[in-house]
Design a binder for this molecule. Structure first.
Ligand code: HSE
Length: 432
């Protein structure tokens, strides 16, 4: 059995999870036919104790030097970021004929097609199972399990940090800030948590799944991306009262010459598996013909699950897995435009904070009707008597199916009324 020499660049949360798997599971590895040796590492801080002896392991200050070193066969990139040392080192590894494993979704989402082309020209493997949903083998499921199927729909929860925060708000009544702090402490969040809560992390993952599932490269910049920053505890509670949960959903649908893509909070019926996926778990649904509907759920963040997915890729390479990176030659990947969401039809959850004055509800319903938006349900808790200054009250409305653009126009018109306090909340209701 050949021993593959592994070089790991980046020893943060994921790298720290990978080292014990690489060095401490030799018996298991030889049983599955993968001889692996940790040959070299590169990280920012040489002195940090990583709980694993690095004696006899070559140290490189510069990951680009590690990537092209003759002492390694497989380069593992765990640095992160779509530019700088991550991109440079992967490019250097391809140029030096090394196989590559990365957990870097930003790199693959933004430069995947070009890197795939270079890797295919150089006849080296480029694997990134850990980049999407960490421990869930969703890339393998789509690329290998549904290799000859037509896929036209992929949806799910792709960010563990947001799901953790929304779950803590829903189940414990935690504030957004406390739940985010806890997610960071547990190692789910990105270095810059705005990537998580602003939806960009999920958008990167959705873009990667879109290329693998549909064989087209979406324009990431035109993907509608909304995070969970504006979700208030009140919305979580109202959604629950209506029989829904609020989730940060990523959805990709194949359209004729384009793709419908979006990342945004949505109300999902409480009995649906997506609504029941809690904590840092991720879930992915896809529809494949003739395979049917596949639903995968599991840990989508954290050191152990991510490192385990990196190991799976290393083992696959050691066992000879190759093939086109995105399941079709990279030179055949076409660019696809993203459908503008304003032309889409959906049901909506709306919350207005109103001063309790005569005619406020009448004006709200009039604006909705004037924009061709029909109300399905309406909820206003009693505010009681309030002599003097008008009290504030939350009015929650769900709509029948309506054009996104019409709903936005109605909400803008309502916002301009003097009795409306603050910004109204508009969240789609996603039916599966
Ligand atoms: N920060 C990511 C998440 C984990 O919260 O899902 C790595 O993708």
């Amino acid at each position: 059995m050949k021993t593959w020499r592994i070089g790991v660049a980046g020893l943060g949360v994921v790298g720290g999870g990978l080292l014990p798997l690489l060095t401490g599971r030799q018996g298991q590895l030889s049983q599955i036919g993968a001889g692996l040796e940790l040959a070299a590492v590169s990280a920012r801080n040489r002195d940090r104790d990583r709980g694993v002896s690095l004696e006899g392991v070559a140290w490189f200050d510069d990951p680009v030097d590690l990537a092209s070193s003759p002492d390694i066969d497989i380069f593992v990139e765990l640095i992160g970021g779509s530019e700088g040392p991550a991109r440079d080192s992967v490019a250097a590894a391809i140029a030096a004929g090394k196989h590559i494993v990365t957990a870097n979704k930003a790199l693959i989402a933004e430069h995947g097609a070009a890197l795939a082309r270079a890797a295919e020209d150089a006849n080296v493997a480029l694997f990134f199972e850990a980049a999407v949903a960490a421990g869930i083998p969703v890339i393998r499921a789509i690329r290998d399990g549904a290799a000859v199927c037509d896929i036209d729909y992929v949806a799910g929860i792709l960010n563990g940090t947001c799901n953790y925060i929304l779950t803590q708000m829903d189940r414990r009544g935690s504030t957004y800030k406390d739940a985010l702090g806890e997610a960071q402490r547990l190692g789910y969040a990105e270095d810059d948590p705005l990537f998580d809560i602003g939806g960009l992390d999920a958008a990167h993952k959705l873009a990667i799944l879109t290329v693998i599932a549909f064989g087209v490269c979406p324009d990431l910049k035109s993907m509608p991306v909304e995070g969970i920053e504006n979700i208030a505890l009140a919305d979580v509670g109202h959604a629950r009262d209506l029989g829904y949960r609020i989730k940060l959903l990523a959805v990709a649908r194949r359209a004729s010459e384009s793709v419908e893509l979006c990342v945004r909070p949505a109300l999902v019926r409480e009995r649906h598996a997506i609504a029941q996926t809690g904590g840092a778990e991720n879930i992915i649904y896809f529809k494949a013909d003739p395979l049917g509907v596949i639903c995968l759920t599991g840990p989508g963040a954290g050191a152990g699950p991510t490192a385990s997915a990196v190991m799976a890729d290393i083992i696959a390479i050691a066992r000879g897995a190759r093939g086109p990176v995105f399941n079709r030659p990279a030179k055949d990947l076409k660019a696809a435009s993203v459908v503008n969401p304003i032309v889409q039809i959906a049901r909506f959850y709306l919350r207005f904070s109103l001063q309790d004055v005569k005619g406020a509800i009448a004006a709200v319903t009039e604006m909705l009707a004037a924009n061709d938006v029909s109300i399905d349900s309406m909820l206003q808790p009693p505010v009681g008597e309030h002599p003097g200054k008008p009290a504030a009250v939350d009015v929650v409305i769900t709509t029948h199916s309506a054009l996104d653009k019409n709903v936005r126009c109605a909400v803008d018109a309502i916002s301009a009324k003097p009795f409306v306090i603050g910004e109204p909340t508009v969240i789609r209701i996603e039916e599966f």
